[in-house]
Design a protein around this ligand. Structure first.
Ligand code: GDP
Length: 296
């Protein structure tokens, strides 16, 4: 997995620093430069990398450390804390709980993997004992309903949509009402994606959200878009109350930095990553195991 590659590079930089006979300013600078290079290569944006370096340097003040202090340990901890801070916005996302109707709305650009991810998310929760259902509120793209219908049928998940209705708000409200009556406890609303961030898309998203009042808005982002991730994620955050991120296509050319940028831009955690086209190519993303591995 690509984030593991980034983790590996950071772990190597830390271990080289640890193996140095004496930890002085030069060793610290080399270590930080190596970590920054790895982050930049992973497509983390320059401004973020600059902040990471400055924050670590602020915490690790070698001159001020008393003799006998374990400098290696202090540097390692500062790096790990900073990487954790990048990945963990500090507030957990809403998680569906059984026995109540949970409503989750998916947003993202066309082609990001939104529809595929809706089905993966539904299937994941069904395996956990939920009774999920899918609503296709994408009336913009011809074929969107057919695609959701096909995915849902294959996964044996109930779905709702229309070939003729052009008002996404009406479909969303109808679908949500219907599945609430049927006692589905996880209703997932798939919304329209456009090719680029455009005002009409954001307005539609806002209207669907206002009419259905989701418990959670999940922003789906293609992990391979690299440096463009921050601006895209920020634009969605500004128009919808994004509460969590799912990064897709982490099996392809994605380098991991996109995920870090999406967290920074939305101040929301990455909850899952997509690792392929199949319904089971879907992994829970947890910060702690990732960060623990940095220390080897
Ligand atoms: P939408 O337009 O955002 O709804 O995107 P789709 O769900 O139609 O997905 C666009 C394409 O990306 C499809 O060919 C999916 O099979 C593919 N896709 C979605 N998620 C992943 C993923 O995690 N890995 C890979 N390799 N392909 C994915």
């Amino acid at each position: 997995m690509v984030l593991a590659e980034l983790g590996g590079s950071i772990a190597r930089a830390l271990s080289r620093m640890s193996n140095a006979t004496v930890v002085d300013e030069k060793v610290l600078a080399d270590c930080l430069n190596e970590i920054c290079r790895a982050l930049l290569q992973a497509d983390v944006r320059f401004e973020t990398v600059r902040d990471v370096k400055a924050n670590i340097k602020r915490v690790v003040n070698l001159d001020a450390l008393a003799a006998g202090t374990n400098k290696r340990r202090i540097i390692q901890q500062a790096v790990v804390d900073e990487i954790r801070r990048m990945l963990d916005p500090g507030k957990p996302s809403f998680t569906p709980s059984k026995g109540k109707p949970n409503l989750v709305m998916f947003v993202g650009l066309q082609g990001s993997g939104k529809t595929t991810t809706c089905t993966k998310y539904a299937d994941y929760h069904r395996r956990k004992g939920f009774n999920p259902a899918l609503v296709c509120a994408d009336t913009f793209r011809a074929g969107a309903f057919d695609q959701l219908k096909q995915n849902a049928t294959k996964a044996k998940i109930p779905f709702y949509g229309s070939y003729t209705e052009s008002d996404p708000v009406k479909i969303a409200v109808e679908g949500v009402d219907m599945f609430r009556k049927e006692k589905c406890d996880l209703i997932i609303v798939d919304t329209s994606g456009r090719h680029k961030q455009e005002a009409a898309l954001f307005e539609e998203m806002r209207q669907v959200s206002e009419a259905t009042k989701p418990d959670l808005v999940i922003f789906v982002m293609d992990g391979s878009i690299g440096q463009a991730a921050f601006d895209q994620a920020q634009a969605f955050k500004q128009s919808a109350s994004v509460g969590a991120v799912i990064v897709t296509k982490m099996d392809g050319h994605a380098k991991g930095g996109g995920a870090l940028s999406a967290v920074a831009a939305t101040k929301s955690p990455v909850i899952f990553i997509g690792t392929g086209e199949h319904i089971l190519d879907f992994e829970v993303f947890e910060v702690n195991p990732f960060v623990s591995r940095l220390l080897g």
